[in-house]
Structures are given as C-alpha cells and as structure tokens.
Design a protein around this ligand. Structure first.
Ligand code: G3P
Length: 216
C-alpha cells in the first residue's frame, strides 16, 4: 500500500517527502481554504514540484460542462496532476470525457460500491471511498474499502482504490489489510503511524547504556 498525504500545507508535505514515506498528495477545497493561498493554481503547482507522485486537485464547479472545462485547465498545471471529480451523475460524465483524453481522475466523495463501480467504468484512475465520514453516520467505512477492492479484483478493473477520510492509524492498518492501493492520510495520522512508545523507550535506553561505556 502506498501513502498519500491529505493536506495542502507545504511544510507538512516537505517534512513527509523528506522522510521518503509519501508518494502523492490529495487536496480538497476545504484543505486548500485552510492554507489561504493567494492563488489556487500557484499553490497546486508548488505542491506538484515537491511531491514525487500524483497530486489531486479538485474542481470547484458543479455541472459537467464547467467541470470538464476546469479539469482540462487544472490538468495543464503539472504533469503529475490528478483532477478530483465528485461521484455525481455530472461527475461521471466528466470522468468519461477526461479519461478518453488521458487526464488522470480521482473520483472523490465516494460513499457506495455502486458509485465506485460506475467511477471505474467511466475511466477513473482512482476512486476515493470516504471512510471516516461513513463511520461518522454509523456505517462501516472500511467495509466499503474491502468491498471495492474485492469487486475491482474480481472484474479486473484497473482503477486504484484510495482509502480517504482517514481519521486514525487503525484505519491505515485495516486499509492495508484490505488491499487498498493507497491510503491518503492527514499529517497528524502520519505522525501517529511513525511513533511507538516502545521505540522511544528503546532508543533512550540504548543510548544511556552506550554512554555508560563510551569515553567522555
Ligand atoms: O481525502 C478526503 C478527506 O480530505 C476528507 O477527510 O476528514 O474531511 O472527512 P474528512
């Protein structure tokens, strides 16, 4: 499983790239608005230059005609752009046109197996089931990830599954066990994945023992 960072924050992206653990970034209008960029295009281009892999940038219009037009423009911003298109009927129309033009699409706001199948059939490169938001309303978000992975495998659909709306490290564990191709995680969760109290205790003890025998 690969890890993408779910953020538009440049420092967080730089830190994570430096550690060699992320191979992509996903943004959305909410994450972008938190960074208050002067200009959307410039902000996305900056991220694309830092990240060694796909960067998802979302359209911010609703109807198919406007989404197609905006997505075509976004796709020119950098070679590693994946345009995020919502899992709506207009979104599917948009995805099918963009896919034929060779534009990579991440179908976002996916909350059902049916939406995921339709996204794959329309030609999405990625589908993003939103795990945390399903958990929030009492559903089992990770079960959806498992179902999509199983069905895509069964029908040999090439679309990759991004477990999104990840809220805690256990989500990542289950995403990996479920065969998700990618989990896109907030920076806080990535930090939680890196740390283990026994590792910290172990390092402290090893260094203390070493200092006892090493010359001043
Ligand atoms: O990748 C999708 C993600 O940004 C949504 O997360 O926590 O707003 O449900 P959340």
């Amino acid at each position: 499983m690969r890890i993408f960072l779910d953020t538009a924050n440049i420092d967080q992206i730089k830190q994570s790239v430096k550690r060699g653990v992320i191979s992509g970034v996903t943004t959305n209008p909410t994450l972008m608005s938190r960074e208050k960029p002067a200009d959307y295009e410039t902000a996305i281009k900056e991220i694309c230059a830092i990240v060694p892999g796909p960067v998802s940038a979302e359209v911010v219009v609703e109807d198919a005609k406007s989404m197609i037009e905006q997505a075509r423009n976004i796709a020119t911003w950098a070679p590693n752009i994946a345009v995020k298109i919502p899992a709506t009927p207009d979104g599917l129309e948009t995805i099918s046109i963009l896919a034929k033009e060779g534009i990579k699409v991440n179908m976002t706001l996916c909350f059902s197996l049916n939406q995921a199948i339709l996204g794959a059939l329309a030609g999405a490169t990625y589908v993003s089931p939103f795990v945390g938001r399903l958990d929030d309303i009492g559903h089992d978000g990770m079960q959806l990830v498992k179902d999509i992975v199983e069905i895509f495998k069964y029908y040999e659909l090439a679309t990759q599954v991004i477990a999104a709306s990840i809220r805690h490290p256990q989500h990542c564990v289950v995403a990996a066990k479920s065969g998700a191709h990618i989990a896109t995680v907030p920076y806080k969760v990535l930090q939680q994945m890196m740390h283990h109290p026994l590792t910290d205790i172990g390092v402290t003890r090893f260094l203390a023992d070493w200092r006892r025998i090493s010359p001043e």
